[in-house]
Every structure is written in C-alpha cells, then in structure tokens.
Design a protein around this ligand. Structure first.
Ligand code: ADP
Ligand code: MG
Length: 257
C-alpha cells in the first residue's frame, strides 16, 4: 500500500493507479469526442474535470464505467482492462459509483428502497443488514429522517445527497460525479458539495466534473481542463485557477469566474 503514494486511502491493498486511460479515442459518427486521452487516477485521489460544454467530459466519465465503449486505446480499472459483459461488468459498475446531474433516483421507490436495492440485488446483502447500513449512510449525508419518503417529496439537494448515499451503499472503489450540482437551486449547492468534500477527505477516489471552483480548491488534488475532446491542461487547483497556461483555459476561466 505504501507504493500507491496514497497512505490516506486504506480501501484497497493493490498498488498502482486505480484508473489508467491510454490513448483513448472515441467517435460518435464523424464527431471525434475523445482524442488521445491519457490519464491516471491514483487511489485516494480527487480529480476535477473542467471545461466547456461539448468537450467530452461526460463521455469520459461514461467510458470509465463502460456506459460507453471506446474505439481505440485502453482503460484499466484496478489493474485490469474493463470487462465487456456479464458479471464482471456488473461488478465494475458497482465498484465505480456514479452520481449524475439529474439525480435519477427511482421515482416509485422510497429513499430507503433506492439505497438498498443495489446491495440486496447485486451484492446479495440481507435486507435487514442493507437497511441498517442505508440508515447509517443517510445519516451521514444528513437525510436519515427522509428515508421513508419518495424522491419527489425531497428537495433537489436532498435527492442528490440520497444519490450519493445510494452510490456509497455499494462500497465503491471510486465515485464519478458528473456535474452533480449544476441542476440544483443555488442555495442547495453547498450542502451537496460539503458531503463530497467530506468523502474526499476520507480518502474516496473521485473524478468530479464540476465548475465549482471552491470545491476544486478545497478537495481536488488535480484539475484536468478538457476541451474539444482533449486534455488541454492539467495542474493543481491553485496553479490552474490563478496561472492557467493555455489561452483556451484562460478564455474559459474568464467566462466562469
Ligand atoms: P460534455 O460533458 O463535456 O459537455 P459530452 O461528453 O456530453 O461533453 O459530449 C461530447 C460531444 O459528443 C458533444 O458534441 C455531444 O453532443 C456528443 N455526444 C455525446 N453523446 C453522444 C451520443 N450518444 N451520440 C452522439 N453524440 C453524442
Ligand atoms: Mg456533460
């Protein structure tokens, strides 16, 4: 574990980066959306991905848990190529949690059912144990009192925190966040970011697509700036936000700051 360079994360004992992308290319028809992406994510690392709309950020997230296939290159997770199908793929999807912009909880299930469904159906956890753990997780994200409600009865911020609890219930090795706060009313953004900051501090490996600079500065080890399907620039949050090197990044920052 010492070899991972991330003593803060005791979640796994294997050495080497958790995610490796090498020469990844992806097209949608004639559109070249991922252009030679090379990126490693270390265990316990928090990588913020930032950049203009249409730049390929969501596609990159989706490629890592194989919601999208790639055309060329390779992606390793936990030292192994991504599985193509079957139980290994289901396993990958539960090892890599995903939290999207639209909370996509199951509307006709309670928050408790939303959080326990995966552990019971995919991991084979007994209902009683799954519910006990779900309550702990809901408590951790501050919504234990909402467990018996349906998603529509919760605020957007509460729904997004439920979505995070649902991801955590699978004991993921990593969580991908794709613009988790951009659909929220402004007053609810911070309550979700606070949960994410706490997760980061506890050593969860995270890739977070977000334009929330405060989050990046507090929680990210690295900022990756992506535009037109390419990684244009990578740096520490402080360097990136105060001293962007490329015109592309400077131009983007001048629009969001
Ligand atoms: P971002 O998340 O940075 O906004 P995306 O990864 O969503 O970028 O999209 C990158 C480009 O790929 C965009 O031009 C988008 O319209 C296109 N795209 C994304 N998904 C699909 C798809 N399933 N089919 C065709 N084009 C797509
Ligand atoms: Mg996107």
């Amino acid at each position: 574990m010492a070899e991972t360079g991330n003593p803060g994360n005791g979640a796994t004992s294997e050495a080497g980066p958790l995610v490796v992308l090498e020469g990844v290319q992806k097209h949608f028809g004639s559109l070249h959306v991922l252009r030679d992406i090379n990126l490693n994510i270390d265990r316990g690392e928090v990588v913020v991905v930032i950049g203009p709309s249409g730049g390929g950020k969501s596609t990159l997230c989706r490629a890592i848990n194989r919601l999208e296939t790639i055309d060329e290159g390779r992606i390793l997770f936990d030292g192994r190529p991504l599985p193509e199908e079957g139980r290994a793929l289901a396993r990958l999807r539960s090892d890599v949690g995903m939290v999207f912009q639209s909370f996509n909880l199951f509307a006709h299930k309670t928050i408790m059912e939303n959080v326990t469904l995966g552990p019971i159906k995919v991991r084979g956890v007994a209902r009683e144990d799954a519910e006990k753990r779900a309550l702990e997780l809901l408590d951790r994200v501050g919504i234990a009192s909402q467990a018996q409600k349906y998603p529509a009865q919760l605020s957007g911020g509460q729904q997004q925190r439920a979505a995070i609890a649902r991801a955590l219930a699978m004991n993921p090795k990593m969580i991908l966040f794709d613009e988790p706060t951009s659909a929220l009313d402004p007053e609810m953004v911070q309550e979700v970011l606070d949960v994410m900051i706490e997760l980061a501090q506890e050593g969860m490996t995270m890739m977070v697509v977000t334009h929330e600079m405060g989050f990046a500065r507090r929680a990210a080890n690295r900022v990756v700036f992506m535009a037109d399907g390419q990684i244009v620039e990578e740096n520490t949050p402080d360097e990136f936000f105060t001293n962007a090197r490329t015109d592309r990044a400077k131009d983007f920052l001048s629009k969001i700051l």
